[in-house]
Design a binder for this molecule. Structure first.
Ligand code: UD1
Ligand code: CA
Length: 451
């Protein structure tokens, strides 16, 4: 089977610097979904010169043909039609990411069974504005574009979906006969049926043919695509699927529960029986089984092993690797760090360019001072180390197994196993100091007020 995707248009109505076919829906450009639906087809794409390279890179299997000037959909098809090898082929507009490959395969079969020249996919829309209308008169079908429609024709709710199946020979003969529109100067592919004998229509579900011409349509189509993606996960609980954002490539395991306003991006993989609470943004990360992510964390390019507990309000930056049962609490930031089993950093901590062993306790306010203004330096912490609150680890530095770092210590030298490291100004208590201080200050004030 063979198909031509028309994708060279100027996308004026999108009011965007980039072509509409490259606008993102659930982590992929619109054109990705169109070509994906045609995975059983030999695909031709008609492109404008600017996008050719990007399209060839994205779809190495497809043949990209160039339409120099955007003179309409008929002109676009003329750039690919001489390369068609099969006796019948489909034409699909490149701005319809919700199309179904099965619909098009059915269309091809109907065309052959009925011996048609052209089969037009149609749909009935409550609001047909913008679409070409299907006009039926004395058994003859014509398509009238919105711009050229009379008020009477505008009332018609049956529209051209922008998917067509052609008998190659009939299309080759009819295409050059199309004249340009006196209204817009464009060559409309919809005119082709005027020069064909056997034309029929096939009604498809209107959802599958929605086109993206404007930002409003982009958001409507995104919503439907998001629902389709979420519906794949029959074994996952989404508390509020309408307000959950799961990209195309994401994987999720059985019995995981996803709360509202969660964004799962790129190739993120979530394991089984996880709980991902509200507002989490997880990008390109692997979360293994039974992980609990409390609200409002940002997790980027990280690996989180089984039974970890993260958040609320944690920021796991790229190359964070947590072994099982690690606990990362609120206002903790990590970056390029490996953390061993059962280690806890429960509050207000920065761990960057570091390796921490198993069963380490990282006290509140611990900071790895990894940057000296020129380069990043490494901190290595052994197993069972206890780090008290408000500790600075000035890298490069190594803490041996079972060491204890007293609260408030600034560690600048390596610490050997089982040692206590403490760096504090010794504490001095001065009895009744406050009383004397207040007396002197109040006396000063009184003298000042008198003068
Ligand atoms: C088109 C149909 C309309 C149909 C609607 C369905 C025509 C004349 N009209 O209108 O009947 O109801 O689709 O969505 O075909 N393109 C090119 N080169 C060009 C012009 C367009 O490659 O010179 C491509 C565009 O990139 C787009 C596709 O063809 O992917 C359709 O063009 P678009 O401008 O979106 O057509 P519609 O006005 O939506
Ligand atoms: Ca369109």
């Amino acid at each position: 089977m063979e198909a031509v995707v028309l994708a060279a248009g100027k996308s004026k109505r999108m009011k965007s610097k980039i072509s509409k076919i490259f606008h993102n829906i659930c982590g992929k450009p619109i054109i990705f979904y169109v070509v994906k639906a045609l995975e059983n087809f030999k695909v031709h794409i008609v492109s404008n010169p600017d996008m050719k390279e990007a399209l060839e890179k994205m779809f190495p299997e497809a043949k990209v043909h160039i339409q120099q000037e955007q003179k309409g959909t008929a002109d676009a098809l003329s750039k690919a039609i001489n390369h068609i090898e099969f006796e019948a082929f489909a034409v699909v507009n490149g701005d319809m990411p919700l199309i179904k490959g099965e619909d098009i395969e059915t269309g091809l079969n109907i065309l052959k069974l009925k011996g048609l020249d052209c089969l037009i996919f149609t749909s009935t829309l409550d609001n047909p504005y913008g679409y070409g209308r299907i006009v039926r008169e004395n058994g003859k079908i014509t398509i009238v574009e919105e711009k050229e429609a009379t008020n009477q024709i505008k009332q018609i709710k049956e529209v051209n979906s922008g998917i067509y199946i052609f008998r190659t020979e009939a299309a080759l003969r009819a295409l050059p006969k199309i004249e340009k529109s006196s209204e817009t100067g464009e060559y409309y592919l919809t005119e082709i049926i005027k020069y064909m004998e056997k034309v029929d229509t096939l009604e498809i579900n209107s959802e599958n043919m929605l086109g993206v011409n404007t930002r409003k349509q982009l958001s409507e189509v995104r919503r439907i695509m998001q629902r389709r993606i979420i519906d794949r996960f029959e074994y996952v609980t989404f508390i509020d699927p309408e307000n959950t954002y799961v990209n195309y490539d994401v994987e999720i395991g059985e019995d995981t529960v996803i709360y509202p306003n969660v964004h799962l991006k790129d190739k993120t993989k979530i394991g089984r029986e996880c709980i991902i609470e509200n507002g989490n943004i997880i990008e390109n990360s692997v979360i293994r089984d039974n992980v609990h992510i409390k609200p409002y964390c940002v997790i980027e390019e990280s690996i989180i092993c089984d039974n970890c507990e993260i958040g609320p309000f944690a920021h796991l930056r790229p190359m964070t690797e947590l072994k099982s049962c690690v606990r990362i609490g609120n206002f903790v930031e990590t970056k390029k760090v490996k953390i061993g089993k059962r280690t806890k950093a429960s509050h207000l901590t920065y761990l960057g360019d570091a390796e921490l062993g198993e069963d380490v306790n990282v006290g509140c306010g611990t900071i790895t001072c990894n940057y000296d203004g020129y380069q990043k330096n490494k901190t290595i912490v052994g197993d069972r180390v206890f780090i008290g609150s408000d500790v600075q680890l000035v890298a490069p530095v190594k803490i041996g197994n079972d060491a204890l770092i007293a609260a408030g210590t600034t560690v600048t030298k390596d610490v050997e196993p089982f040692a206590l490291a403490i760096s504090r100004v010794p504490q001095v208590n001065k009895p009744n100091w406050v009383k004397k201080y207040r007396e002197t200050m109040e006396k000063k004030l009184r003298e000042k007020n008198k003068s």
